[in-house]
Write a protein that binds this ligand. Sequence first.
Ligand SMILES: *Cc1c(COP(=O)(O)O)cnc(C)c1O
Length: 389
Amino acid sequence: MNDGFDPLEQASLIVAHDENNAYDAVVPPIVQTSLFTFTDYDDMVASYRGEKVRPIYTRGLNPTVRMFEEMLAKLEGAEDALGFASGMSAISSTVLSFVAPGDRIVAVRHVYPDAYRLFGTLLKRMNVEVTYVDGRDEAQVARALPGAKLFYMESPTSWVMETHDVAALATLARSHGVLSVIDNSWASPIFQQPIALGVDLVIHSASKYLGGHSDVVAGVVAGSKALIGRIRAEAYPYLGGKLSPFDAWLLIRGLRTLPIRMKAHERSAVEIARRLQAHGDVETVCYPGLANRLPPGLTGTSGLFSFIVREGVNVRTFCDTLQLFKLGVSWGGHESLIVPGEVVLSQKAQPNSAQAFGISARSVRVHIGLEGTEALWSDLEAAFAAASD
Ligand SMILES: *Cc1c(COP(=O)(O)O)cnc(C)c1O
C-alpha cells in the first residue's frame, strides 16, 4: 500500500531535545510567561532594534512555541513554521496575508466547512471572490487559475474524501503564478509532505493528529522563510491567534508518537473500511485506503472516512447502539468517533456547507481510533444488527 515507505523512519525527525535545556531535562520545560525581561537598557535597545533575536512578549515569540514550530517544519520538510491558537486561525491568518479586496481565490470543492464559511462571509465582505473547482479535474483547475491570487487545496477533502494529484495541481498553480496552500490535517506529514510536492504553504489543524490526544485546539502553517516571514509580519501579531506555551508543549508530546499512531490508525481503518465495504448494510465506503493505488505523493491513509448505509438502516439506532464509537465532532485523537450526515444537514450555520458537500442523509463519518480493530468491528456489527430492518 505505501510503496516501501516507512513512516517510522520519520521518528528521528521528532527529536526536540534542546541542548541548552535547564536541568538537562529530557522533556522541555513549559515557558509559561507572558513577557521576558531585559538585563539592562542596552540589552533592551538592542532587542528593539532587532540586533538581537530574543523573546520579548509571548504573542510574538515564546521558546516552547518555537520548539514546536521547529519540529513541525522539520517534519514537513519546510524552512519554517508558525503556530496558532487553532487551525482556523492558521487558515484565516494565512489567507489574509496574501489576498486584498478584488482578488480571487480558487479552492477545491468540499473544503473544511469553517474554511468554506470564512470564504463565504468575511472574505466575501472584503470583496474576495472564491471559485470552487473539482480538484480531480485538472483541466477545470487550469481554466480557473489565470488571474487568481491563491489556490486553496485539501486532499483528501472533508467527508467525501476526494483525492487529488497534489504535485500536478501545485505545478499548475506555479505555472500561473498562483500561490498554493494545502490543508494537510488528514494525512499529516507522516503520509503526505506537500512542500516536496511543490506546494507553497502547508496548514494543519494541530487539534487533530498532530496533538493526537483530543486535549488541544491549535494550528500551524509551514513553508519557506519568506512566506512564513510575511505571515509573521502581516497577520500573525495583529490578528493575535497565538499558540499558548502549554498547548505547544502538549503538541511537542503528541508529535513524539505521531508516526506510530498514524500507522495504527491506518492499519485499523483499512481493515474496518474493507469489512464495511463487504457488509450487506453498507452501500458505499469513501476511503482513499480502499483504492487500488493511492494518488501520487500520498504514502498512507489515516483513520477518518465516511460511508453510506443502505436504505432500511436506522442511523439513529445505529449511533445509539455503538459503545466504543462516541457521537462527536473533530477527529485525530485516540478515540473512535461518529458523525451522522443527517445531523450535519440539520445544522443552522450560514452559509451551510452541508449541501455544497453532497453529504447524504444516509452517510456517516467515522474516525477510527486506537481501541483495537476487532473491538471496534464488534461494536459496528452489533450496531448494524440493532439498526437493520
Ligand atoms: C478541524 C479542522 C480544521 C480547523 O481546525 P481547528 O483547530 O478546529 O480550528 C481545519 N481543517 C480541517 C481539515 C479540520 O478537520
